[in-house]
Design a protein around this ligand. Structure first.
Ligand SMILES: Nc1ncnc2c1ncn2[C@@H]1O[C@H](COP(=O)(O)OP(=O)(O)O)[C@@H](O)[C@H]1O
Ligand SMILES: [Mg+2]
Length: 238
């Protein structure tokens, strides 16, 4: 019940995103794929409310998403945390900002443990790796019960273990009923995780559907389709 209608964004005279319409629902992961400059971050930033679109509406459960506080959480490509706050203090700040009830502390402790942050409870933000910063933001999101999770290029800069952790965490939040929009230029990741896929190229949607629909839309593999639509180079670079 996330409805995006005719969303578009220009940067001056440059197109960031051509009008884009899609919908997705709780318990689903929507994958935005496309090469660099395709418009993935622009789309995610508009959904997150940090970029003002030129046209379009973004509705959650029939009402403007931007009027509903706390629904959306963003994990940007470079997750920012407060350098001088500890892991637990970030959760405390979240609880205070969103005026969570007194039981927040118990729930925060649970998320510290579930996100495997126990050993970093008192670590300052400035000392956290990208993977830990992602997990901290996920813990903050879970604490405030955000229903829509926006994740931009989560795999960049992570080692293989970190990448596996992210996959597990996203699957877990999906299972718990989050509505997830995931952007990545890595088709394989999206193919593995997403229920629905939108392929973007030069700011425009060039294909969309469920993974199965995209697979069945031609004899080509999803990867071939991706390269067909985006002209993003050979799939066998040598
Ligand atoms: N702040 C900006 N100013 C001008 N152009 C931008 C800005 N951010 C993005 N763009 C342009 O918008 C297009 C889409 O970019 P982006 O959404 O970052 O793509 P992606 O995340 O898929 O790599 C690109 O052509 C990019 O150069
Ligand atoms: Mg991007």
């Amino acid at each position: 019940m996330l409805n995006v209608n005719h969303l578009s964004k220009r940067y001056g005279s440059k197109v960031g995103l051509e009008p884009l319409t899609f919908e997705t629902a709780p318990g689903r992961i929507l994958g935005l794929v496309g090469p660099n400059g395709a418009g993935k971050t622009t789309t995610i930033s508009c959904l997150a409310g940090i970029l003002r679109p030129n046209t379009g509406t973004i509705q959650w459960k029939g009402k403007n998403l931007s009027d509903q506080s706390g629904v959306v959480s963003l994990i940007p490509e470079s997750p920012e945390v407060y350098p001088l706050l500890s892991v637990f203090e970030h959760l405390e700040l979240t609880a205070r900002l969103f005026k969570l009830g007194v039981e927040w502390r118990q729930e925060a402790n649970r998320w510290v443990s579930e996100m495997d942050l126990e050993g970093h409870r008192n670590t300052f933000g400035s000392a956290l790796s990208k993977g830990l910063r992602q997990r901290l933001l996920l813990a903050c999101m879970a604490l405030r019960h955000s229903q829509v999770l926006l994740v931009d290029e989560p795999m960049i800069g992570l080692d293989p273990k970190g990448q596996r952790d992210v996959k597990e965490l996203l699957s877990r939040f999906k299972k718990d009923g989050s509505t997830i929009v995931l952007s990545s230029h890595q088709l394989g990741l999206v193919e593995e995780l997403a229920d629905d896929v939108i392929i973007l190229n030069h700011g425009a949607m060039v294909a969309r559907g469920s993974i199965d629909e995209l697979r069945q839309s031609s004899d080509a593999s999803l990867e071939d389709l991706f390269f067909h639509y985006t002209g993003a180079g050979s799939r066998n670079p040598s």
